[in-house]
Design a protein. Structure first.
Length: 299
């Protein structure tokens, strides 16, 4: 008798999105959100730090993010998790993104930390800014720019940004266009954008590997599956109060830290920092495991 083999088809992206929507709809029915009278802070965008990055010296960095939910004010979170020394970050601005390195004129706002326009972040630590009066809408692109006035020997990065970052000499944080900027496709120091929601709201964090991080999707186009999920939620008034946060790391493993060619701290070791500790989180989706199987012969 010939041997009969069976296989389970790989879920299509649309199937995955449908599952997530059903999961969130069911969870929303059993998870309480803040009352309509409350104004709550919640994370609207994030990028998980995964490794040590290149040095910088008296340079400005402009990074583009897209918020998954709107709010009346914003806060910026920076990380020096993989730094070897204290990092001084100065002249920080948030603005509405126009195109390329350009911001919409007149939208730039100074970001402060404990009332000061600069902040010093110890090695291994992070910093959360003061609230900035900067109303944002869901799926709006922001530009976060900051200046590094002293040498940084080791930066903290999220390697697979799939979004162009602009790097220029000197302090150009308030400039509308950076005409002589270099580019990179990593995130530097910037890990979170939080918003103050105008009503009851909550966030879902997706912990994952390269599938969630967006490898293979179009750069500068917000086409990760988490972006598609955020768009689906915003299209449904019953679910539009849910923010979607991507905590994927390409090459991530669940139980063990990355060993080349895999990178990043394990999901288990970063679960609190990259998921549970973020404001407004009500749900977590875990989508990974393939790297654990393929790296089963490693520590």
């Amino acid at each position: 008798m010939p041997e009969i083999t069976t296989s389970r088809p790989t879920p299509r992206p649309t199937t995955l999105l449908l599952f997530c929507l059903l999961f969130l709809a069911a969870a929303a029915a059993t998870t309480s959100l803040p009352s309509a009278a409350e104004r709550s802070w919640l994370v609207a965008w994030a990028a998980a730090p995964d490794s040590a990055g290149p040095p910088f010296e008296r340079q400005s960095i402009r990074q583009i993010v897209r918020t998954s939910i709107g709010g009346s004010r914003v806060r910026i979170r920076l990380s020096n998790l993989f730094g070897t020394d204290t990092v001084r970050i100065g002249s920080i601005h948030v603005a509405t993104h126009a195109r390329g390195s350009a911001i919409v004129p007149g939208t730039s706002r100074l970001v402060t930390f404990n009332g000061a326009p600069t902040v010093t972040v110890a090695a291994g630590a992070g910093a959360l800014s003061d609230p900035v009066a900067f109303p944002v809408t869901a799926l709006q692109e922001l530009a976060v720019s900051f200046y590094l006035p002293t040498r940084v020997a080791t930066s903290t990065v999220h390697g697979t940004a799939l979004q162009t970052a602009f790097i220029a000499a000197g302090d150009q944080t308030a400039e509308a266009v950076w005409s002589k900027a270099g580019t990179d496709t990593s995130r530097f120091f910037l890990t979170d954008v939080e918003v103050e929601a105008d009503g009851p709201a909550g966030a879902v964090v997706i912990m994952g590997d390269s599938i969630t991080d967006g490898v293979g999707s179009t750069e500068d186009a917000n086409r990760r599956w988490s972006d598609a999920l955020a768009e689906r939620l915003q299209a449904d008034p019953a679910l539009a109060s849910i923010a979607v946060v991507n905590a994927g790391i390409s090459g991530n493993r669940i139980l063990n830290d990355g060993v080349a060619p895999f990178i990043g701290p394990s999901s288990l070791s970063r679960f609190d920092r990259d998921a549970l500790d973020k404001p407004g989180v009500r749900w977590v989706i875990l989508l990974q495991g393939s790297n654990d199987i393929s790296a089963s012969d490693m520590l």
